[in-house]
Design a protein around this ligand. Structure first.
Ligand code: GLC
Length: 505
């Protein structure tokens, strides 16, 4: 019998059920790749849990449990159904707080707070109704981080509970709303933590504090959050947790993102048939109505319109580089101010700029395959997937040296990298790129270097698997010994002790 590690994987979104951003890509792929690592010695029984958002239509749902969780004097009903996707069991949790909010993420903090506290606590109860006990509870971002906190509270109440928890940070600035009153209503005590006061009532900090391991989605982001610029006020806390904090770079679904087989492209190609790629540039220029000309550098951008992504830096920079020859196709929706700013550039330079403010997965792929240079001037970027797709599709990325961009793009080898989040630095890098682009041989060396990189999930999933094994082993050992390991004891005591000054976690 192989050793089995049971993993309950919690996320607010996952492809193909529902996707808003990069979290949906990761939660849609990683569980499958983890299951695939099972072999004769070890089996990873990973199961995904999602809120049953109103946009989700579950195919062939099987009842998985009807239960309730106490809130105030009442009970809130939970309905859980099960479905499978390519062998992966997927559970959908529903209940009034989930039905009350029409969208995946609401602009109403109160609705979101109720929804995700409910989801996290209900998901934590789910295994009891499945006759299946997780060894690992894997939470992602603030929406599900409270499950890690709830798990620690349970462990504190029931010493037999040996479920280890991981919180993966995909986007730290989203710490979640103040949930003090909601937690109180659910009877979940608020611990005295070594978190800053303001953070003690927020889902992400509480989950991070309670978790046995913290993962950032790239090694550089794991290092950046130790400092004020990226730490969102939690840098001190992270510095006290460097032993349990690590960075694991996200992978890419290389079967889906493959220029050799992608049906969205005008012409499929590989590094060996790179000459065919130019057909995609022509097709893209035609599709968006820009002058069709192979010699005009075509810049591509596929991005949420968000200050995080530095869209404004690129737009301002390009306005200043009017004398250079270039075209821009920008696909992305979000912040209305940024959308307007982009539209204004299009109005000012109608024969060079096309802005499409919507989601369009097919056009996105055509931009990766048809652009010469892919722009990603992010202010911060925990991992970033677009730069990896761009490289795989032969578009040379121009990125800021932050987070996962720093870990995946090498200046002058696979792309162009600039350091300061300033228009001038962006423009210096773009000028460098525009100078090299006409020397086709040199450009091709960069394109093929990018295309040769391995961005598959295999390596990342392996790192998560190692972490699962380590945590499962540690919690098992702790369970064997009546006296608990010092690290865990310190954390559990924190629940009823005020932290002493200068104490490390
Ligand atoms: C968030 C981050 C992005 C990361 C993604 C998946 O969207 O902004 O950098 O790639 O999560 O982890």
């Amino acid at each position: 019998m192989p050793q089995t590690i049971n993993v309950l994987f919690l996320a607010a979104e996952a492809e193909p059920f529902v996707k808003v951003g990069g979290l949906g890509d990761v939660a849609g792929s990683l569980p499958h790749f983890l299951r695939k690592l099972s072999n004769a010695e070890i089996k990873f029984d990973v199961r995904l849990v999602l809120p049953q958002h109103s946009v989700i239509k579950v195919e062939a749902p099987k009842p998985a449990g009807i239960y309730s969780i106490p809130r105030g004097g009442a009970e809130i009903g939970v309905e859980a159904v099960e479905s499978t996707l390519g062998g992966l069991p997927v559970y959908f949790i529903n209940g009034d707080p989930i039905r009350a909010s029409g969208s995946v993420y609401s602009s109403n903090n109160k609705l979101d707070a109720e929804k995700y506290v409910f989801f996290s606590l209900a998901a934590l109860e789910l295994p009891r109704h499945l006759d299946w006990t997780p060894d690992i509870l894997h939470c992602n971002d603030w929406h599900t981080a409270l499950a890690a906190y709830g798990n620690l509270v349970k462990r504190w109440e029931d010493k037999k509970n040996r479920i280890a928890s991981i919180v993966t940070i995909h986007n730290l600035p989203f710490l979640g709303p103040d949930v003090k009153e909601i937690l109180e209503a659910y009877g979940v005590p608020l611990a005295n933590t070594d978190l800053p006061d303001w953070a003690r009532v927020m889902p992400m900090p509480l989950g991070l504090w309670a978790s046995d391991a913290i993962v950032a989605v790239s090694p550089t982001y794991a290092e950046e959050i130790l400092h004020e610029e990226f730490g969102c006020g939690l840098q001190e806390f992270f510095r006290n947790r460097t032993e349990t904090l690590r960075g694991i770079l996200n992978g890419l679904d290389t079967a889906s993102f493959d220029p050799h087989t992608d049906s969205a492209l005008a012409a499929n190609f590989t590094a060996e048939t790179l000459a065919l790629r130019s057909k995609n540039k022509t097709a893209l220029q035609e599709r968006v109505g820009l002058p069709v000309n192979a010699d005009i550098p075509l810049l591509g951008m596929v991005s949420r319109m968000d200050p995080q992504k530095g869209v404004d830096i690129a737009l301002k920079g390009l306005r200043l580089l009017k004398k250079h020859n270039w075209q821009l196709v920008l696909l992305g929706a979000g912040n209305p101010k940024l959308e307007t700013m982009a539209k204004k550039l299009q109005e000012a330079l109608p024969d060079r700029v096309r802005v499409e403010t919507r989601f369009d997965a097919k056009l996105a792929r055509q931009i990766y395959a048809g652009s010469d240079i892919f722009l990603m001037p992010s202010r911060y970027e925990p991992c970033g997937l677009s730069q990896m797709i761009a490289m795989r599709y032969g578009s040379v990325p121009l990125v800021r040296a932050v987070g996962g961009l720093h870990d995946t793009v090498t200046d002058s080898e696979t792309g162009f990298v600039f350091v300061d989040a300033k228009v001038k630095s962006f423009n210096d890098a773009l000028r460098r790129a525009l100078e090299i682009l006409p020397s086709h041989a040199r450009w091709e060396v960069m394109q093929t270097a990018g295309m040769a990189q391995d961005f598959g999930w295999q390596a990342s999933a392996q790192k998560y698997a190692e972490l699962y094994k380590k945590l499962a082993q540690e919690t098992h050992e702790t369970y064997q010994k009546p006296i608990e390991a010092p690290k865990r004891k310190i954390r559990e005591e924190r629940i009823d002790l005020e932290p002493t000054e200068g104490e490390n976690g």
